[in-house]
Design a protein around this ligand. Structure first.
Ligand code: SAH
Ligand code: SF4
Ligand code: F3S
Length: 448
């Protein structure tokens, strides 16, 4: 096999994988490769994988099969690299089940990807599932390609060990990147045109660097960077919502009024079995405290239904917390047993049909809340950060402070601008409106 000249990175899973995919593209570019127009044209295909649920992991094997078949048909064999969380969790199994894979690289070792492609080109499969998290970031540096809304991974790994979850195994121990390096990366993003920074980590609100800089402090310092108008962060753990962080939501204007705070279940018995270290009541108290300092804050969450042993009555407690919280948006999943996690071997697994029925009931409640939330935006004038062109000529799509997608005619505004838009209609997943030029702001203020 020859050294690839073009690459294509396909990413699955969470935002942290999106960040990693961007960094891999930057690395491969710096190594002299160019980005292919499509996966089918690429000499090197990187599958940046997710292991969180069984379905996510199985996608990898079907995609590898598709690439191999395509190569056999065209006689042009691409180099295939499996990166991300499946590579970390199942490196050996990939090598066994999919011998055509040339490179297997975990989420903390991908800074070595360019060198690994050379090993593979020389005819040896390259495998690296070490976890040298900080060495990786050091090697990556801080120069980045910016987007209007740019991701910034500030922390890696997880030490929480929820009993259903693979992340502590696939991403390794919780490590916070040093604040000075993060601020350098954020400043470069701002210089490159970023208006919004999304701080990323699996437990992002447990951030604390080696010099004791905490999360609220870091948010304040990012907010002070010239050009940064908006800050978001995800994903947070309810147990790490400190008073300081809650107060920051009332004090830091650039901190957007939207918080993704997964509760998983409304039953304290189930939460305990999940090793979640919060209760339904402590979660509700946190939400109430947030709403006191920021009354318009929109709440989003994650839910798992059919965790081993979950009774009908316990599931109904989840519906109750949904009712009480009034979510703007949410993600809900059927429990998926994952190899190596404690919950997978519990002998009280729930039947698939029961899980499906509970998921349907939960999603219909959550969808109704999401629609109501969007409908309440009609008639408001909101600031929108324009992120990309829309489907129609002249149309653009951006985000409201509450993370709703807003479609409207640009009328002279450009990608990266923050403009005032009057919301005229709402669908389940997006809003549509019209610019109100007289209210355009370049500053941080929200238009009421
Ligand atoms: N660190 C984040 C979430 C990480 S995974 C947190 O603690 O909230 C994203 C979501 O996937 C989780 O919130 C959970 O709802 C879901 N999830 C994780 N493992 C799962 C499993 N084994 N089965 C079903 N859903 C799962
Ligand atoms: Fe997984 Fe729990 Fe860690 Fe979130 S906090 S990544 S759900 S172990
Ligand atoms: Fe998936 Fe890994 Fe993210 S398992 S959800 S890609 S941390």
């Amino acid at each position: 096999m020859t050294q690839p000249k073009t690459y294509f990175v396909r990413s699955y899973g969470c935002q942290m994988n999106v960040y990693d995919a961007e960094r891999m593209e930057e690395l491969l570019g710096a190594d002299g490769m160019t980005r292919a127009e499509s996966q089918d044209d690429a000499d090197l295909v990187v599958l940046n994988t997710c292991h969180i649920r069984e379905k996510a992991a199985e996608k990898v094997y079907s995609e590898i099969g598709r690439i191999r078949k395509k190569g056999e048909k065209s006689g042009r064999k691409a180099m295939v690299a499996v990166a991300g969380c499946v590579a970390q969790a199942e490196g050996e199994e990939i090598a066994r089940r999919a011998p055509s894979v040339d490179v297997i690289v975990g989420p903390q070792a991908y800074h070595r990807l360019p060198a690994m492609t050379r090993t593979a080109a020389a005819g040896t499969r390259a495998v690296d599932t070490d976890l040298p998290t900080l060495a990786k970031f050091k090697a990556l540096g801080t120069a980045r390609r910016a987007r209007p809304s740019s991701f910034l991974t500030i922390q890696e790994g997880c030490d929480k060990f929820c009993t259903y979850c693979v992340v502590p195994y696939t991403r390794g121990a919780e490590v916070s990147r040093p604040a000075d390096i993060l601020l350098e990366e954020a400043r470069k993003l701002a210089d490159g045109g970023a208006r919004e920074i999304v701080l990323l980590g699996q437990n992002v609100n447990a951030y604390r660097d080696e010099h004791g800089v905490g999360f609220g402090d870091l948010i304040g310092r990012v907010a002070a960077i010239h050009g940064i108008e908006r800050i978001r962060y995800t994903t947070s753990h309810p147990a790490d919502m400190t008073d300081e962080l809650i107060a920051a939501h009332g004090e830091i204007q650039a901190l957007m009024p939207y918080l993704h705070l997964p509760v998983q279940s409304g039953s304290d018995r189930v939460l305990k079995a999940m090793n979640r270290s919060h209760t339904a009541e402590s979660y509700s108290d946190t939400i109430a405290a947030l709403r006191r300092v920021r009354p318009d804050i929109a709440i989003s969450g994650d839910f798992i239904v059919g965790f081993p042993g979950e009774t009908e009555a316990e599931f109904e407690e989840t519906l109750k917390i949904v009712d009480a919280t009034r979510y703007a948006q949410a993600y809900s999943f059927k429990y998926s047993p994952r190899p190596g996690t404690p919950a997978a071997t519990m002998d009280t697994q729930i039947a698939e049909l029961v899980k499906a029925e509970r998921l349907e009931r939960l999603q219909s409640a959550l969808n109704a809340q999401q629609i109501r939330f969007n409908q309440n935006s009609v008639g408001l004038c909101v600031n929108v950060l324009i992120e990309r062109p829309g489907k129609r000529e002249g149309q653009v799509v951006g985000k409201s402070p509450w993370l709703q997608s807003v479609h409207f005619d640009a009328e002279g505004a450009a990608i990266g601008d923050i403009v005032a838009v009057e919301i005229e209609s709402a669908g389940p997943n997006s809003l549509a409106g019209r610019r109100r030029m007289s209210d355009d702001r370049t500053g941080r203020g929200q238009v009421a």
